[in-house]
Design a protein around this ligand. Structure first.
Ligand SMILES: Cc1ncc(COP(=O)(O)O)c(C=O)c1O
Length: 467
């Protein structure tokens, strides 16, 4: 144990040095060839190696090549820096090493509290057992849509788990073109068929056109199909748009559709000053995906599926073989009965630590600061003659593009993200909006400043000149 004690102290030092130095290093740099060879090509050692040597290797060969998301000028995709409280308890979770499938130990009990906190933060109803932590929103979405699928089948008098989908009217789901790819992946995985996922048009602000949704549902019903689910977004990945959730909930009510909300990234935006009206109707959803490993900064991976009626998820997943029967499980049973995972990691500890460390006011400050950055970047873009805003700012994402001249702006903006990333001073990613190539900056870092926004625009200009 002396070796562990010494190595633990050293690991803490390496971790603190790493985090303290992030802002002084390049945001990102490509992994050089020799390091790539070390990372990918090494052989399994014949004899075990001491802890100290492993830590030295991690310091020398791993930590210098980050993805970049710890840096205050990382604006790519939706990837936050790790909250220090989440970081510091990760080794404790590993040392404790429970499976949070269920049972009477600290892990599952703490998970109940954390899920309740998450629901409470965003104003989602929380009956006992109304959710579970997952690897991320992709898995949360699988859980929610599988639950919706089984509920629709049972409502129609059959059992999708028992029979499979063959010979039944196609189940149809509705999502906008701005809906996250995980919705499509989940639908495909669940055997619904990509062709039965309808693309609902969006308005000029990239929000679902609810009149079009209504018409599409009517058309599918007339064709003898089975509309069963509509998925709205509370914060799209492209522009941070929030769909008109209340109006979507009306359509879901009218037609008995399951109403799922993808709030993986953006649900917490409801906490920003003045933002609540954009989110009206969120509380009417049947299920909500919300990722603690996004805006909250809980170290990867932690998602959450919240369910208005947890018994529906249990009906979709519960399968308890004799070797797992737990007479003391209580009314709610085990978490493993509410999703596909059996052995489940202790995700609750890092989530509990992060949320407790920030407190409600700290979380609200983080959301207000990062949404302000997105609005401020939009102002800088509007003031500059060589940039153009591509979408209104609702959450903490600014979608825009560089317009230095009259050349091929799509080609330019398509090439810019990698060119900016390679300079190492800022990290931005791209997308397409309304068929045009765009840049998007997502703000999640508490230490990003207004000056960082100025640097970002200058970096884009410099990268464009060298293309
Ligand atoms: C809006 C949105 N939904 C869903 C997802 C999928 O989440 P995860 O990567 O945690 O599976 C993401 C990921 O970035 C996202 O931004």
């Amino acid at each position: 144990m002396d070796e562990l004690r010494l190595a633990g102290a050293k690991a803490a030092e390496i971790m603190a040095d790493h985090l303290a130095g992030v802002a002084d290093r390049p945001v990102w740099r490509p992994v050089p060839g020799d390091e790539l060879a070390w990372l990918t090509g090494q052989d399994l050692p014949e004899e075990g190696r001491p802890l100290d040597a492993l830590l030295e290797d991690a310091r020398e060969h791993v930590l210098p090549y980050p993805m970049g998301n710890g840096h205050p000028r990382f604006f790519g995709w939706v990837n936050s820096p790790p909250n220090p409280a989440g970081v510091v308890v990760e080794p404790l979770a590993a040392a404790f090493n429970p499976s949070c499938a269920g049972g009477d130990h600290a892990g599952p009990h703490l998970e109940r509290a954390v899920v309740r906190w998450l629901a409470g933060l965003v104003g989602f109803p929380h009956p006992p057992g109304g959710g579970l932590l997952t690897s991320g929103a992709s898995m949360a979405t699988v859980i929610c849509l599988a639950t919706a699928r089984q509920r629709a089948a049972l409502a129609d008098g059959w059992d999708a788990r028992e029979e499979g989908l063959s010979g039944r009217p196609a189940m149809v789901m509705y999502v906008t073109e701005e809906g996250h790819s995980c919705l499509h992946k989940a639908a495909q995985l669940l055997g619904l068929g990509a062709r039965n996922v309808r693309t609902v048009p969006v308005d000029a602000a990239y929000r679902m056109d609810v009149a079009a949704l209504r018409a599409m549902v009517a058309e599918d019903l007339a064709a003898g199909l089975r509309p069963f689910c509509v998925a709205g977004s509370a914060g799209t990945v492209n522009s941070g748009a929030v769909d008109p959730l209340d109006e979507i909930a009306d359509v879901a009510d009218e037609h008995g559709l399951w109403f799922h909300v993808d709030g993986a990234y953006g649900a917490l935006g409801i906490l920003a000053d003045g933002a609540a009206p954009h989110y009206a109707g969120l509380e009417r959803a049947d299920s909500l995906a919300l990722d603690p490993h996004k805006w909250l900064g809980v170290p990867v991976g932690c998602g959450c599926a919240l369910l208005r009626d947890p018994s529906a998820a249990r009906a979709a997943f519960s399968l308890v073989p004799s070797y797992l029967v737990d007479e003391n499980a209580g009314d709610l049973g085990w978490f493993a009965e509410y999703g596909p995972e059996q052995t489940r990691p202790f995700r609750a500890l890092k989530t509990w630590a992060t949320m407790s460390y920030l407190g409600r006011s700290g979380i609200t400050r983080l959301v207000n600061h990062t949404t302000w950055l997105a609005r401020r970047l939009a102002e800088l873009v509007a003031e500059a003659g060589d940039f153009e805003l591509m979408a209104p700012v609702t959450t903490s994402i600014t979608a825009f593009r560089h317009t230095p001249g009259s050349g091929d702006l799509d080609a330019l903006n398509r090439a810019l993200p990698v060119a900016v990333q390679r300079r190492g001073n800022a990290f931005i990613t791209g997308t397409r909006l309304s068929g045009r190539d765009a840049l998007r900056a997502c703000f999640l870092h508490p230490d990003t400043t207004e000056q960082d926004l100025v640097v970002l625009l200058d970096e884009i200009r410099l990268a464009a000149k060298r293309l």
